[in-house]
Design a protein around this ligand. Structure first.
Ligand code: G4P
Length: 519
């Protein structure tokens, strides 16, 4: 059951083509006959920094948290990692539920900032990464330079498994470097809305279809690639040392199917989990263990005030999830029933009776779950590894508009910090709220107003960079636009006025380390 499951997330900088590539997966799985609806839907999604807009879109955002569907012989679970204004700690945490990830890069832009951050999380968690260089139908950077950029900026060996035939308007398809087969594409009747027509021919015949200039460009590129010498090794990919690279155009479907076929073949099935035991040690829970176990990686607050509960998203790690079997909540040390369990099959929310390792189940959460909670059919004794903690990227000062509401305000802040909506930072005299994305502040304002009856004034401060400080805080040399603060657990963070300030602080404090997240 588990061997044919692939649970993954697609990571990219906004606009690189993640949504388009996801939709094409649905097209090639046969689930939709024509593509284009995701883009239409996205039109409305851009209003999502507006909380009310998000509420209207809620049906979509829930079903988009994780989608399950068959692709050929496999069962796919694709996790959504929202970009743009939706970007938040959730995005990072979602990666903890993935067995592999697909990194989409824009061929014209290469590695961009958001990709770097998401990539760093994958690396830290040891998640294997496949790379898809998208938008080959547009003018692209030099292919070898792109590969070098991945190697240098991300520190991973980039090994192409296919190679583009032409680029920009002349992009015709790809060569499968493992079989040396040419795969030519032709646009379908509706452009990229329908599957592209494919012609597969052996190398010699493929070459004979190209112009002299095209042959020269292709052979020069392949020669340089051979000179680089490194071969793809599946083991190295699984360890996160190599990323197989594929070229294509999600919009026109060129190269999409060969990519997904290689993805299901190469990406790992759900793996065993290393967990912490109550005694302070570690143990491995085999994915084949008959005991059901799983952890909560995401909580989605319910915006409907008539139903105050929220939804907790569980990743199944071992055994079989059965809706009718009571489970043990390890933190609360009590037996509970996971009633009202849902899985997202395609775009629809369906009641789920059974789920297997790698699957994502959404359960109704009447205040029982926090991020990172462990459940199983055992009597406890272990915990899945805690979620990594991320340094916030936005810091704000917040106060109630009406001082009479101070008590409710403080209660609300404490509650929302507990839930992981925001982080609280203190510099000894003032308290700041901090978040990874702007959306978290919108949620804070909305929930304080709706649930605690407090209107707040929120001023975003000019700190744009933040890092955990590792080392003796008393010997830290503060630069002009940096401030030391502590989080709820007493860990020290430094807030910086900008990227330059951070670099300067690092130079001034060679005996300290600065971390973007703590594992
Ligand atoms: P994202 O989820 O990573 O943010 O990216 P998304 O798929 O929304 O794509 C961003 C833009 O890039 C969209 O254009 C999309 O149509 C376009 N795009 C995606 N893949 C390709 C590709 O392979 N080739 C080309 N030429 N364009 C691609 P848009 O103008 O923002 O939206 P729309 O008006 O086309 O809907």
């Amino acid at each position: 059951m588990r061997k044919n499951r692939r649970t993954f997330a697609i990571i990219s900088h906004p606009d690189a083509g993640k949504t388009t590539l996801t939709e094409k997966l649905l097209l090639y799985s046969g689930l939709i006959r024509t593509a284009g609806m995701v883009r239409a839907r996205k039109g409305g999604k851009t209003a999502s920094s507006d909380w009310m807009g998000m509420e209207q879109e809620r049906g979509i955002s829930i079903s988009a948290s994780a989608m399950q569907f068959p692709y050929k012989d496999w069962v796919i679970n694709v996790l959504d990692t929202p970009g743009h204004q939706d970007f938040s700690e959730d995005t990072y945490r979602t990666l903890t539920a993935a067995d592999s990830s697909i990194m989409v890069l824009d061929a014209g832009k290469g590695v961009e900032t958001q990709t770097k951050k998401l990539f760093a999380v994958c690396k830290m968690r040891g998640i294997p990464i496949l790379s898809f260089i998208n938008k080959m139908d547009l003018p692209s950077k030099d292919i070898l330079e792109l590969l070098q950029e991945i190697e240098e900026v991300l520190g991973i060996h980039a090994i192409p498994l296919n190679w583009p035939i032409g680029s920009g308007r002349e992009f015709k398809g790809v060569i499968d470097l493992r079989t040396r087969e040419f795969i030519f594409f032709e646009k379908g009747a509706l452009g990229g809305a329908e599957r592209a027509k494919v012609v597969r021919v052996p190398y010699d015949e493929g070459i004979s279809r190209l112009s002299d200039d095209e042959i020269k460009a292709l052979e020069d590129g392949l020669l340089l690639l051979e000179g680089a010498g490194e071969q793809f090794e599946h083991e190295k990919f699984l360890k996160g040392e190599q990323t197989p690279v594929f070229f294509g155009s999600a919009l026109t479907n060129f190269g999409v199917e060969p990519f997904y076929d290689a993805f299901v073949e190469l990406a790992p099935p759900p793996r065993d989990s290393l967990v912490d035991t109550d005694g302070g040690g570690e143990r491995v829970i085999s994915v084949d263990d008959p005991m059901f176990s799983g952890f909560v990686f995401k909580i989605q607050a319910n915006m409907n005030l008539k139903h105050r509960d929220s939804m907790a998203f569980l990743r199944v790690c071992s055994g079989v999830f059965n809706r009718d079997t009571p489970v043990f909540h390890h933190r609360l040390k009590k037996e509970i029933r996971l009633s009202r369990a849902y899985s997202m099959v395609a775009q629809d929310r369906d009641t789920v009776d059974l789920a297997y390792p790698g699957d994502i189940v959404g359960v109704s959460n009447p205040g029982l779950f926090s991020i990172g909670d462990t459940v199983s059919t055992s009597k406890g004794g272990f915990f899945f590894k805690p979620m990594p903690k991320f340094a916030p990227e936005l810091v704000a000062r917040v106060r109630p508009k009406d001082v009479m509401k101070l008590k409710a305000f403080e209660k609300g802040l404490a509650q929302l910090t507990e839930e992981g909506t925001i982080q609280l930072l203190n510099d000894g005299s003032s308290t700041y709220v901090a978040a990874v994305g702007r959306l978290q502040f919108d949620v804070l304002e909305y929930r304080l107003r709706e649930e605690y009856g407090v209107l707040v004034e929120l001023t975003i401060l000019s700190y744009t960079h933040c890092a955990f400080l590792i080392g003796d805080a008393s010997t830290f040399k503060k630069t002009q636009n940096s401030t030391l603060v502590k989080d709820r657990l007493g860990r020290t963070l430094v807030l910086f006025g900008g990227a330059w300030e951070r670099r300067y602080s690092e130079e001034q404090n060679p005996n300290h380390r600065f971390e973007d997240f703590l594992a």
